[in-house]
Design a protein around this ligand. Structure first.
Ligand SMILES: Nc1ncnc2c1ncn2[C@@H]1O[C@H](COP(=O)(O)OP(=O)(O)OP(=O)(O)O)[C@@H](O)[C@H]1O
Ligand SMILES: [Mg+2]
Length: 400
């Protein structure tokens, strides 16, 4: 957000930022008071703030914003000779200052510097919050869709890696796409034992035995892989899945569950136990139609409150926009991930989640934002009751 009382300055700063793909100007304000109210509404990552302005000056505005809007870094734009003001601005909470006139390179590198620093601060704050909450049972986050190929596994794997490596949570990732699960492939891991081997040991299953089945990824995520062959899928029942989730909840902060693109008994358990259901969709009509039906089913199962919509490949020009999705489904989107075939497929082929291989890309920024939403929702919904309703329940709910 740009704050300056001289419209020409706002315009020239906009021009300097015009060709920087990772920077978007989300708003403009022309005095300190307007800056404070817009910062509260727009919650920009970075504010470029002039000092001398009418109504409320940039220093008072910086102080108010630093107290009221977390995660927002302020860069002061000043002219030479305002040394005392600059000192006051830094005391008020500004993170950086640049002297007018500045070049596009100076401006952009300042923006990235304060943005990266703020991201790291937020991550460590959330890490500490996670530590404090460890005594509670783990949060179950089920990544679901009523359509195949929309990006469930991509999102599940990157979300788990982000929560573990960047935010410092303990994370278990369970592949419940029992016939064709590919979580292990996405992480370049070769499972020696999978969830179907574990099902055989159901009667002896406890935390220690389960631990032996979990592969350790370099990001810290512990992974329970899908069966090695599609025909082994039927060895895994809803009761097995229920027991696995309950045990994981005792040891991990987050249990991320990847699912197939249909309602199956095991994925119904993952929906029942979920504190948050990330319903993934893309911008095409067949997907929207299926998601609409899926939402109706989730509604009848009383899961609607837990559902958060994640729009994947949001920037594709397909004639349908995010606004159309919100209107036609009657839900607001929690998060949007851009399409980036080169980076996503490249990371898949390397077996390394993009959040680890390209942490500063646009798609990683969006994923990190999604992870932050998941954490903040998690902190509000620690003690969700876990209903029991498997496929029989689904059928009766649908026929009521
Ligand atoms: N944001 C994105 N940009 C570009 N490509 C993507 C993006 N998200 C996913 N993909 C690609 O789309 C394909 C499907 O993704 P993914 O396997 O994650 O979907 P899925 O919903 O898990 O599919 P399935 O239902 O088959 O399990 C993969 O090739 C993946 O690399
Ligand atoms: Mg998948």
């Amino acid at each position: 957000m740009i704050v300056d009382d001289v419209p020409d300055t706002c315009e020239s700063v906009r021009c300097l930022l015009n060709f920087e793909p990772r920077v978007e100007v989300v708003g403009e304000a022309h005095n300190g008071e307007e800056a404070v109210s817009k910062a509260e509404k727009l919650r920009p990552d970075v504010i470029l703030m002039d000092i001398n302005m009418p109504v409320l000056d940039g220093i008072a505005a910086t102080e108010a914003i630093s107290c009221r809007v977390s995660g927002c870094a302020i860069i002061i734009m000043s002219v030479q000779g305002e040394q005392e003001y600059l000192r006051q601005a830094m005391l008020a909470g500004a993170r950086e200052y640049i002297i007018k006139p500045f070049t596009s390179d100076e401006l952009i590198s300042s923006i990235y510097r304060v943005y990266d620093l703020e991201q790291r601060r937020q991550v460590s704050i959330q890490g500490i919050a996670g530590e404090e909450k460890r005594s509670a049972l783990g949060q179950v986050v089920t990544v679901f869709s009523t359509k195949g190929g929309v990006g469930k596994s991509t999102i599940a794997v990157n979300l788990a890696a982000c929560l573990s490596q960047e935010f410092g949570f303990s994370v278990a990732l369970v592949d419940l796409d029992l016939q064709f699960g590919d979580v292990a492939v996405l992480l370049n891991m070769t499972p020696r034992q999978t969830i179907s081997d574990l099902a055989v040991e159901y009667n002896q299953l406890d935390e220690e035995l389960l631990d032996a089945y979990l592969m350790r990824h370099s990001s810290g995520v512990r992974v329970l892989a899908a069966p090695a062959r599609p025909e082994y899928a039927e060895m895994v029942s809803s009761h097995h899945v229920e027991k696995v989730i309950k045990l994981l909840q005792k040891s991990y902060d987050y249990i991320i569950i990847d699912t197939p693109g249909i309602f199956t008994d095991p994925s119904m358990v993952a929906l029942d136990y979920a504190h948050q259901i990330l319903l993934v969709l893309s911008l095409d009509l067949p997907t929207l139609k299926n998601i609409k039906l899926g939402l109706e089913v989730l509604d009848s199962l009383h899961h609607r409150d837990k559902v958060k919509i994640v729009l994947n490949r949001a920037n594709l020009e397909l004639g349908i926009g995010p606004g159309d999705v919100e209107r036609s489904l009657g839900v607001s989107l929690l998060s949007q991930l851009p399409s980036d075939g080169r980076l996503v497929v490249g990371s898949v082929n390397k077996g390394k989640p993009f959040i680890l291989s390209n942490p500063h890309s646009r798609i990683s920024d969006s994923l990190r934002q999604l992870a932050r939403e998941v954490v903040s929702t998690g902190q509000k919904t620690r003690s969700v009751k876990k209903p029991r309703r498997f496929l029989g329940g689904l059928l009766s709910a649908l026929t009521q």
